[in-house]
Design a protein around this ligand. Structure first.
Ligand SMILES: O=C(O)c1cc(C(=O)O)oc(=O)c1
Length: 308
């Protein structure tokens, strides 16, 4: 793979670039596996970062993403609009159009988006919108605007992706449970994995999924959630073992409503950048059986994003 570039923008101080030269995973992904959470950044010279962004990344182009897909052994990608592009979805749409049907997208839109723009996004492969409640990433959007968007996108059969911190779930509960259609949670609702998996915080998330059959979860981002590691570097085959019980609980209890993705190029990591090959080797720890692996990597994402 090529190396990350800086483009015309100055990166946020301390920015960690994606890992160049990831290892080949030992875990062999089933045929037609989907990396169901990843991003493209710019390149900034072609697709400028949004003025309202909270960070400036290194570039992470569609060609680099597709090279990683092929290297790791995925068949397809779901590309999620990154907050550094705000509601300007041009980089996302460009990547989707270049993917020859091998990528779907999740966009970020404002109330001012027209039906014609939504249709063009659908034609390019967008199948959802992302609502972000992580305060370090976005400014607040009024809930009535989000509900209006959620109502409009239903015409195209799209779903809503939500990103929030576990501590904020109680306050967001009534809004989330009022959302129509399928709702996909990013990164397991960001549990504090130093708390018990059977404790009240993760218990509330489990209740959310148990009581609402329309709610799915990405069992992603161990590199973000882990407190004690070990890190996915230097050939480590048991990376992020403190995150395993949380992800495994979701895969065990909701095998038909979980998705997995790399989260490449891993925005805003502070401590280290994982080797994406070793991240793939995390999968059999959270989905030990071939049936769980097939649902997580093949059946669920293909059903949700390709209608298969
Ligand atoms: O935790 C994060 O910093 C993060 C940021 C973004 C984004 O900026 O879109 O997306 C993610 O999935 C995770």
């Amino acid at each position: 793979m090529s190396k990350p570039t800086t483009g015309d923008f100055t990166k946020t101080p301390g920015w960690l670039d994606w890992y160049a030269g990831p290892s080949k995973p030992r875990f062999k992904l089933p045929a037609d596996s989907v990396d169901a959470h990843c991003h493209v950044f710019g390149p900034g010279a072609e697709f400028p970062y949004a003025p309202e962004r909270k960070y400036t990344p290194c570039d992470a182009s569609k060609a680099q993403l597709f090279a990683l897909r092929d290297h790791l052994g995925f068949g397809k990608n779901v590309i999620v609009q990154a907050t550094c592009h705000g509601a300007d979805n041009r980089a996302l749409l460009d990547a989707l159009r270049a993917a020859n049907g091998r990528a779907r997208g999740v966009a970020t839109v404002k109330r001012s988006v027209s039906d014609g723009e939504l249709q063009a996004m659908h034609d390019a492969g967008v199948r959802g919108v992302r609502f972000n409640f992580v305060k370090r990433l976005v400014d607040f959007t009024p809930k009535d605007e989000l509900l209006e968007i959620a109502g409009r996108i239903a015409q195209w059969g799209w779903h809503v992706v939500i990103y929030f911190e576990a501590v904020d779930l109680p306050e967001l509960w009534s809004f989330f449970t009022a959302l129509p259609g399928t709702v996909v949670v990013d990164h397991m609702g960001r549990p504090d994995v130093s708390k018990p998996v059977d404790g009240p915080e993760f218990g509330l998330f489990l209740k959310f999924m148990r009581e609402h059959g329309n709610v799915w979860s990405k069992v992603t981002c161990p590199e973000r959630l882990s407190v004690t590691g070990p890190k996915a570097l230097s050939g480590e085959q048991n990376a992020y073992s403190d995150v395993v019980p949380f992800a495994r609980r979701l895969v065990d209890e909701f095998p038909d409503r979980v998705l997995w993705g790399t989260d490449w190029p891993h925005p805003n990591l502070k401590d280290h950048m994982p080797d994406d090959g070793l991240l793939v080797d995390f999968i059999p720890h959270i989905a030990p059986t071939p049936e769980q692996q097939r649902k997580l990597l093949v059946d669920n994402p293909n059903r949700l994003y390709w209608g298969a």
